[in-house]
Design a binder for this molecule. Structure first.
Ligand SMILES: Nc1ncnc2c1ncn2[C@@H]1O[C@H](COP(=O)(O)OP(=O)(O)OP(=O)(O)O)[C@@H](O)[C@H]1O
Ligand SMILES: [Mg+2]
Length: 333
């Protein structure tokens, strides 16, 4: 569905010295600064896949999604989305995709969301019955019927984001780009949005690329993870392929007392303590013994066994040290 080869994006930023004199000088002698936002990106995405695109601020995520949506013309490389070159912005292409940006509203502040929905209906040529059926379903699932006719400026951020996502789905896009759809939302609204996206993609088989700085979004929604750093893809695979995800040790989180912990201390590689909770790093070979020991204690509650936290692995991948190591194991990256 999506194929990207040798993609490069260079922004040319006009550089001006400060003050009036600087402005005058720059009129005569224009200086530019080059920002290499994407450097040689290759990526293929099958129809129906849900991809989590993650990376630190300035990594190139938004730039990438803007190129795939046809808003930016790449400096170099081949891009194909559903068989179209996005920057040609053909009518059929625009009907096929949607981009939602958590940082930027597509709704108009002074009018109601319903009015924008009607405009989108006309732009995308959605027929009346499809439009009404879909709209009713979406507003019920997201529970926003009461906000439909209020000016957008009166909506809370959570309500507005729900409207943004409805606006983006009314024309049944086959490909959906979600750029930080949960940014700034409170925990409850984040969960609502996440659950909705999950429900939607499972129901419709839409191809999705989602960026988020909240790993919970990525863990809950994505089949595949693409990690980008400084314009380069440094990991592309599923969670199980993350280096160290299924490593030779596990973490046992347990609520218990010190006496019980002392009984397993000899097997532990490390023990972190917070109040009455302990996080024990245990080699896989000793896991059984530790579990039996903890299981036989009457003072144990809330026991969970986890792999190495994904956040930690990602931090490793993003660190310079790990990047050079990753270059060597090119089979995985
Ligand atoms: N319009 C622009 N003009 C010049 N430089 C830009 C422009 N847009 C982005 N950049 C630069 O390109 C790089 C990538 O930016 P981009 O917005 O794609 O990052 P991002 O991964 O989306 O970051 P964030 O997590 O903060 O949203 C950054 O160095 C940024 O400063
Ligand atoms: Mg961004």
């Amino acid at each position: 569905m999506i194929k990207v080869e040798g993609l490069k994006m260079i922004y040319k930023v006009h550089k001006k010295e400060p003050g009036f004199v600087g402005s005058m000088k720059s009129l005569v002698n224009r200086k530019f600064e080059i920002v290499e936002a994407l450097k040689n990106v290759d990526l293929e995405i099958e129809s129906g896949e849900v991809i989590g695109l993650i990376g630190p601020n300035g990594a190139g995520k938004t730039t990438f999604l803007k190129i795939l949506s046809g808003l930016l013309n790449p400096t170099e490389g081949k891009v194909s989305v559903g068989g179209y070159v996005p920057f040609d912005r053909k009518r059929e292409f625009r009907k096929m995709i949607s981009l939602v940006m958590g940082q930027k509203s597509q709704l108009i502040w002074e009018i109601s969301a319903m009015e924008t929905f009607n405009v989108n209906k006309a732009i995308y040529e959605v027929n009346k019955s499809d439009f009404e059926q879909r709209l009713n379903e979406l507003i019920d699932v997201l529970d926003v019927r009461k906000c439909l006719n209020l000016p957008v400026r009166q909506l809370s951020l959570g309500e507005r984001m729900k409207m943004e996502i409805i606006a983006s789905l009314l024309h049944f896009p086959k490909v959906l780009f979600l750029d930080e759809p949960t940014i700034g939302l409170d925990l409850k609204s984040q969960v609502t949005m996440r659950n909705f996206i999950k429900y939607y993609v499972e129901k419709t088989n839409t191809t999705v690329i989602i960026t988020s700085h909240y790993m919970e979004d990525i863990k809950a929604l994505c089949d595949r993870l693409v990690v980008i750093n400084k314009g380069i893809i440094v990991f592309n695979g599923n969670f199980k392929q993350l280096p160290g995800f299924d490593s030779d040790h596990k973490y046992i989180s347990v609520k218990t007392n010190n006496e019980t912990i002392e009984r397993v201390r000899e097997f532990a590689l490390d023990i972190e303590t917070t109040k009455d909770s302990y996080k024990i790093k245990v080699p896989n070979l000793a896991l059984n013994k530790v579990m039996v020991e903890l299981g036989s204690s009457e003072n144990v509650s809330d026991l969970t066994v986890e792999n190495r936290p994904i956040e930690e692995i990602i931090m490793d991948i993003l660190s310079e040290r790990s990047n050079t190591q990753n270059d060597k194991v090119s089979g995985v990256f």
